[in-house]
Each structure stands twice: as structure tokens, then as C-alpha cells.
Write a protein that binds this ligand. Structure first.
Ligand code: GDP
Length: 141
């Protein structure tokens, strides 16, 4: 029996601004993910700070939260077998210069910060991140 796992993703402001949303959604669906929830938002800096609270002590926190609140984003609730690891693989390395061919970041990312896409890195962060942006009734199952 297949064990389905959920993960959370964001199409970041750089990718939405360059009209890459459709292409990135296509790559995600082509890789076998089901979309359980999706919405476009323009979050405030305070909302970005809440989302990235685990990075509060990192030197790039100020810049990252300014970037994440600089324009619209698309938030996604995704489901698939091995969803968390498979999405990280599809995203590619944080630094697009190090990302492998065929990954979203290799194709679309502009820099280590404006790197087009976010994906949860573990089950506990996926749960927190899904609940940060989605209410239960907003998911199809
Ligand atoms: P991810 O899991 O691959 O997204 O990477 P991290 O969890 O390490 O970092 C979160 C986000 O912070 C990244 O996706 C980037 O947008 C940003 N970031 C990471 N490292 C740097 C950095 O060295 N400089 C800047 N400006 N932003 C960074």
C-alpha cells in the first residue's frame, strides 16, 4: 500500500514576478505531486518573520523576510509518496549555481535568496508550515 505524505511549498516572489508560476506548477505536477490546496497571497513582513522564525538568528533573516514580502507568492499543499524528500530533489540546491539540471532552481532561480521555490525540510516543519498558511477546510482532503 502506498503511504502518502504531505509537504508545503511556496512559489516565491521572484518566480511569480517573472510569470514562472505555471511552469513551476507543471514541473510539480509532472513529478507526480497532487495539489491539495493552492492560493496566491501577498504576505506582510511580520507574516514572513513568523513563517521563517527558525531562521531568526541567521544573518540573512532581515533580507529574506523583506524579499518574501516584496510581492505575491503562491502557497501549495502537496501530497505524494515521499513528498518531502522528492520536492527537495525537484527544487535543487539552495544556491542555484549549485543546482542540478532539471531542477526548478536551476531553471528559474536568480540568486541564493531569490531562489524561486520553498519546500519543507522535515515532517514537523511540513506540519507547521501547512498549518501556518492553510485552514483544514481549504484542503481538498
Ligand atoms: P532551503 O531549505 O533550500 O530553502 O534553504 P535554507 O532553509 O537554508 O534557507 C531558507 C531560505 O533563505 C533560502 O531558500 C533562501 O531564500 C534564503 N537563504 C539561504 N541562504 C542564504 C544566504 O546565504 N543569503 C541570503 N541572502 N539568503 C539565503
Amino acid at each position: 500500500m502506498k503511504t502518502l505524505q504531505r509537504t508545503f511549498s511556496i512559489i516565491k516572489p521572484d518566480a511569480v514576478a517573472k510569470n514562472a508560476t505555471g511552469d513551476i506548477l507543471g514541473m510539480i505536477q509532472h513529478a507526480g505531486f497532487n495539489i491539495l490546496g493552492m492560493k496566491m497571497l501577498w504576505i506582510t513582513k511580520a507574516q514572513a518573520e513568523g513563517f521563517y522564525a527558525v531562521h531568526a538568528t541567521r544573518p540573512f533573516f532581515e533580507s529574506l523576510t523583506t524579499f518574501m514580502s516584496s510581492g505575491p507568492i503562491v502557497v501549495l499543499a502537496l501530497e505524494k509518496e515521499n513528498a518531502i524528500a522528492d520536492l527537495r530533489k525537484l527544487m535543487g540546491a539552495t544556491d542555484p549555481a549549485k543546482a542540478e539540471h532539471g531542477t526548478i532552481r536551476k531553471k528559474h532561480a536568480a540568486s541564493i535568496e531569490a531562489n524561486s521555490v520553498h519546500g519543507s525540510d522535515a515532517e514537523d516543519t511540513a506540519r507547521f508550515e501547512l498549518s501556518y498558511f492553510f485552514a483544514g477546510y481549504e484542503l481538498t482532503r
